[in-house]
Design a protein. Structure first.
Length: 187
């Protein structure tokens, strides 16, 4: 009886461990699932420009060390680091995203979190890489590329890896973003 109990608890502990192992991935799925993808880009706000600038800065730093076969600033984690053991492409929420660039970022955000749960050192080091882009989507914004410029909320910004790496990080706290949107702060 003791052996059976140990085996049962051993399996339960493994199941609990597996659930805990996927904690970042599951949280990322919840975040992505909460976004109303049909409204992305229908709203323009100063915080969207701020978040886009910070995403470009982070993406530039990442690209410096892990370029992979990607089109900057649309990082494809499975091409730059490695493919996770989780098949993100099969998730229903990813298939609900119409914009191919937004889909690439959302997919890579999920892949990065799966790799964090798998213990990938590079993924752990860059765990906040997509935070500005995901916050941008959560706030109803998005950006697109045209003629070498990033376009967001009526503003354009030259896509240049060299100048972005040297920039100071921007504060992307909700308080700062709300202040920007309410006209109480400058970006």
């Amino acid at each position: 009886m003791t052996i059976i109990r140990k085996k049962f608890l051993g399996n339960k502990n493994r199941e609990d461990g597996a659930k805990q192992l996927m904690e970042n991935f599951n949280q990322a799925i919840k975040r992505i699932s909460a976004i109303d993808w049909s409204c992305i880009g229908n709203k323009q706000a100063r915080s969207h420009v701020h978040l886009s600038k910070e995403y470009l800065r982070r993406a530039s730093i990442f690209f410096r060390y892990y370029p992979g076969p990607c089109r900057y600033p649309f990082i494809i984690i499975s091409n730059s680091i490695t493919k996770s053991q989780v098949s993100v492409d099969e998730l229903q929420i990813i298939n609900e995203i119409d914009n191919s660039y937004v889909k690439e970022i959302a997919t890579s955000y999920l892949e990065l979190n799966a790799l964090i749960d798998e213990g990938n050192k590079i993924a752990i080091d860059y765990k906040d890489l997509f935070e500005p882009a995901i916050k941008l989507y959560e706030r109803g914004g998005h950006f697109f590329i045209r003629a070498g410029y990033l376009n967001v909320a009526g503003a354009t910004d030259l896509l240049s890896l060299a100048t972005r790496v040297e920039r100071e990080p921007l504060d992307i706290s909700d308080e700062t973003l709300d202040s920007l949107d309410n006209g109480c702060a400058d970006y």
